[in-house]
Design a protein. Structure first.
Length: 219
């Protein structure tokens, strides 16, 4: 918008249409607006955008878990931002002109070391229940006092695309020392592939362990 100063006989400043009025010590001038050329993104920029888009889609679907699992580790930064940064650097593999996620390195929680040393997964097809049992490192449990930490067993369907089956979690939470945790998996009428993770979090808030990828199951 152009502005007229001191009435109709005054100077004009500002922009009007495709021209701009400029006032200087030597007089008033009218200039054409510069043309803004839209540059096409480079291959590197396109690859970077694809990388961020892929990771953002997973972190966004896992946000409720990320907010718990990164809360202590990320402070005072946002859990979402720290989870994005960590997994972008550690859990992506370049494949052709794109990327794939290395689910073993992907972390839904960051904290003290996860003490699990061995585990088994058993799925009850009739009752739609996944049972996980584990052994843990007694030295790590005693060092960090994690024996009473609650277990979070998380099934993540990375291909869900927001259809309502992306996350399954246990309602009843057992302790690390119990050595077992189950989760009921809702029936959906078709086979779904889940990435299975577990981590442990202090019952009354505070610290938590790293997440551990237990494998991929198709249910």
């Amino acid at each position: 918008m152009a502005i007229v100063k001191n009435g109709v006989n005054g100077t004009v400043s500002g922009k009007a249409g495709s021209v701009v009025f400029v006032s200087t010590k030597t007089g008033n001038y009218v200039r054409s607006l510069p043309r803004v050329r839209k540059r096409e993104p480079t291959p590197e920029q396109l690859l970077s955008r694809k990388r961020f888009k892929m990771m953002r889609s997973h972190i966004s679907q896992l946000k409720p878990i990320i907010n718990m699992g990164y809360k202590a580790y990320s402070y005072p930064k946002r859990a979402y931002d720290v989870a994005m940064s960590y997994n972008l650097n550690e859990a992506l593999i370049r494949e052709g002109d794109g990327f794939v996620v290395d689910w073993q390195k992907f972390m839904i929680a960051k904290g003290i070391p996860n003490p699990i040393t061995s585990y088994t997964l058993d799925f009850d097809q009739e009752n739609q229940v996944l049972q996980v049992t584990w052994e843990y490192d007694a030295y790590l449990e005693a060092k960090f006092n994690t024996g009473t930490y609650d277990s979070f067993l998380v099934l993540y369907n990375a291909a869900d695309n927001g259809n309502g089956y992306s996350l399954v979690m246990n309602d009843v939470k057992n302790s690390l020392m119990s050595g077992k945790q189950h989760v009921e998996v809702p029936k959906n009428g078709k086979e779904l592939k889940y990435e299975v993770y577990i981590f442990f979090i202090e019952s009354y808030g505070g610290g938590n362990t790293d997440s551990l990828h237990l494998g991929t199951i198709t249910i």
